[in-house]
Every structure is written in structure tokens, then in C-alpha cells.
Design a protein around this ligand. Structure first.
Ligand code: ZN
Length: 140
């Protein structure tokens, strides 16, 4: 039998006996029990979140750039290190072909692939040089 079924049974008995004072005390106590039960549910949820967070924390691999990965992750997903550090949330970052990444939550940016980043920078420089050369030719 659950706590509330027992309280209801005791309340019925007290009501039968007509002891209003004890009946009121029982109602007050059952209200306190309900508050405590709600608090227990809330604390259990908090403990569960903390366990999950601690579990993840033990799997985190840090890198020189501001992103993190998880040990044993075969997909090698990159997460934002700032979001993990501030809110303990795993936010997947958006990776670009340029070798850079950006967190869609906090705007944190960095480079996840140096070779791609270098190649992208060279392509950009070449494009600007070509544009500048074309503009010089058009001015004559
Ligand atoms: Zn972030």
C-alpha cells in the first residue's frame, strides 16, 4: 500500500471518529509529505543529470582548438568546448569545407583541420590576387 492510500485510510478513520483537530493535522502532514515527494522527484532528476554529465566528462578529449570529442566515438563528432565548459551541454559544431567550425549555439569558432584551412586561405588569396589583377587590367 502506498503512502497516500494509507493516509486516506487513516483520514477516513479519524473522520468517522469526528476528531476534526487531528484530521486537520493529518491533512497538513499529508501536504508536507506531497511537497517532500515532489522534492525527491526533482532531486532524483538532478542526480541523474549529474551522473550523466560526470559520465560524459570522463569521455571528453580536449584539443588545442576550442572543440571537444568523445573517446570511442566512431563518428568523430565535434562539440563546442565553450558550451560544455559553461553549461555542460554537448552542442555539435558546424564543420565547413574550409577547415573551420562554428557553434550554432554560442558562435564559438575555430579550426578543426589545419590542412583544409591552409588550402582554403591559399585559394582565397589567389582569388583576391586574380580579382585585383583583373581590376587593374579593366582600369586601362
Ligand atoms: Zn558553443
Amino acid at each position: 500500500m502506498g503512502l497516500y492510500e494509507e493516509i486516506k485510510d487513516v483520514a477516513k478513520e479519524i473522520k468517522k471518529q469526528g476528531n476534526i483537530e487531528i484530521y486537520a493535522q493529518l491533512i497538513d502532514l499529508s501536504s508536507q509529505a506531497l511537497d517532500m515527494q515532489n522534492e525527491i522527484v526533482s532531486l532524483n532528476a538532478e542526480v541523474s543529470e549529474l551522473k550523466k554529465s560526470k559520465d560524459i566528462d570522463s569521455k571528453i578529449e580536449r584539443h588545442s582548438e576550442p572543440y571537444i570529442t568523445l573517446k570511442g566515438d566512431t563518428e568523430l563528432i565535434l562539440y563546442c568546448s565553450r558550451c560544455w565548459g559553461h553549461e555542460e551541454k554537448l552542442i555539435q559544431v558546424k564543420c565547413y569545407d574550409s577547415g573551420s567550425f562554428k557553434c550554432t549555439h554560442c558562435e564559438n569558432t575555430g579550426v578543426y583541420d589545419e590542412a583544409k584551412d591552409e588550402a582554403y586561405s591559399q585559394r582565397q588569396s589567389e582569388m583576391y590576387r586574380n580579382l585585383a589583377a583583373r581590376n587593374r587590367r579593366n582600369q586601362w
